[in-house]
Design a binder for this molecule. Structure first.
Ligand SMILES: [Zn+2]
Length: 59
């Protein structure tokens, strides 16, 4: 079992989800609640997930 993880590029909090699709939604929700001023453009988030997300195994 592995999951996709990406760290918030504003506060560094690691966000995890089963798929990139779900991870994008997690990032969007995180930005919405934690960083109201942040860019929440769909394309921007997808790009962030595509370039920065990595696999993390469940230990
Ligand atoms: Zn954050």
């Amino acid at each position: 079992m592995s999951k996709r993880v990406v760290e918030c590029n504003i506060c560094g909090e690691p966000l995890a989800a089963a798929t990139d699709e779900e991870l994008s939604r997690r990032v969007h929700g995180h930005l919405e609640t934690e960083h109201e001023e942040a860019d929440r453009d769909e394309e921007h988030i997808r790009k962030m997930v595509a370039t920065e997300a990595y696999d993390a195994g469940d230990a």
